[in-house]
Design a protein around this ligand. Sequence first.
Ligand SMILES: Nc1ncnc2c1ncn2[C@@H]1O[C@H](COP(=O)(O)OP(=O)(O)OP(=O)(O)O)[C@@H](O)[C@H]1O
Length: 235
Amino acid sequence: MTEAMLAVNGLSSGYGQATVVRNLDLTIARGEIVAVVGKNGMGKSTLLKSIMGYLPKFSGSVSMAQNAISESRPHQIARLGVAYVPQEKALFQDLTVEENIRLALRGSAGWNEAKATIGRCFPFLLQRLQQKAGTLSGGEQKMLLMARGLSVGAKVLLIDEITEGMQPSIISNLVNIIKTERDRSGLGVLLVEQNIPFTRAVSDRYVLLDKGEISGSGNTRDADTHEKITAHISL
Ligand SMILES: Nc1ncnc2c1ncn2[C@@H]1O[C@H](COP(=O)(O)OP(=O)(O)OP(=O)(O)O)[C@@H](O)[C@H]1O
């Protein structure tokens, strides 16, 4: 797990004149699952949107598999193997499950490969391929967002608060899915979360974000780190 896939160096970004993420350094190695945790409004989603090219990078640099992506557009970043699972319901509600996934593929991974991923990770979706996304429940739509992210054959997956509003049984299933896909393909994962039990179960490493800056980090399995993070989040 030493090969750095995604590297963020001194990144600052935000909205208009407002700097939200400040001078942030972060790397995701091949096969590594890193969780960025922090209270509401600390800049977690802003960080992911900025890496993905949806927000301008004010300063610093980001690279993916040694390619500079600081100035790249989202589709170029996606082409290099970064996929994004947004917090918002970013599905085409009037399109079917299959159409939503096919649109994300855009010639990268083939449909057969995508179908195999869906069957492995979210088999219930195979029975719903022709169902309109908007008719799925909130939790099912989150799973479709994950299925779409996993189906494109990404090398690094950015996941924004996937557990929000999900049932506990689905959350524990999700831990297995993410870890299994990591073990299978060396997928690197950067997830932002407020759900500490999920984060502890799924990730290798924590990074604590406080007002856009990293204020702590550590190994997920380290009890002291876990206690500090839990205390910070519940303050
Ligand atoms: N579109 C926007 N325009 C201006 N400011 C924004 C916008 N979106 C977010 N912000 C501000 O940026 C800051 C960080 O927001 P962000 O959504 O990144 O936080 P977060 O840590 O992901 O929190 P949450 O868990 O609530 O999503 C907040 O102060 C927020 O008000």
